[in-house]
Design a protein around this ligand. Sequence first.
Ligand code: SAH
Length: 222
Amino acid sequence: MIEEHLRRGIGMTSQRTRERLIQRLRDVRGIKDESVLEAMRITPRHLFVDEALASRAYDDTALPIGQGQTISQPYVVARMTEALLADGVPERVLEIGTGSGYQAAILAQLVPEVYTVERIGVLARQARQRFRDLRLNNIRLRLGDGYEGWADHGPFQAILLTAAPARLPEELTRQLAEGGRLVAPVGGREGQQLLLYRLRNGELEKEVLDYVSFVPMLGGTE
Ligand code: SAH
């Protein structure tokens, strides 16, 4: 369905810059999972940012999406998605921090069911509209506080945080299924470690994947 949308009204430039981004992710940044690269190749990132920024949508950088928030850097999206799927495709994924909806759109092409929570109403509404336009019908979005997760639909085989808490929220670890994976940037405003947690025999194993810079995870809703 996304392919169809792509053919409409999008110039060759965007197609070519998009291919260049995928090449960079593969050859320079070392992303190996071809299914992740393919999802990123066919997903129109320019539709997840303001029109004024569309020409920069296939640069490997984070971009502002309003409300003081950002759409993550493509490399970071690819890295987190790859880490989340490394043991096989989970049935359900929970994302905390919908933002533009781009990360959820990538997941929706790889995983049967995506649940995503956003605390800012304006961003949640815009993301919901994008999911509708792109016919991404396997994403469910909730306006709410991600510190609470989404217990009704848990446990999840995979959980992804795209905003940084100071430390891993306990409630989210409770919604992680045995054998599941949780990827999160953890730390303060000056920078965070991108962590991968695996729940094995009831114990969380931790691995540092990278060093990243996400917006902070905040409580409550706006
Ligand atoms: N995944 C997004 C990245 C958005 S930036 C994308 O692909 O565009 C992080 C988002 O997390 C922001 O929209 C911010 O409002 C949201 N956020 C921060 N704290 C949150 C919380 N406690 N619950 C839900 N969303 C939160």
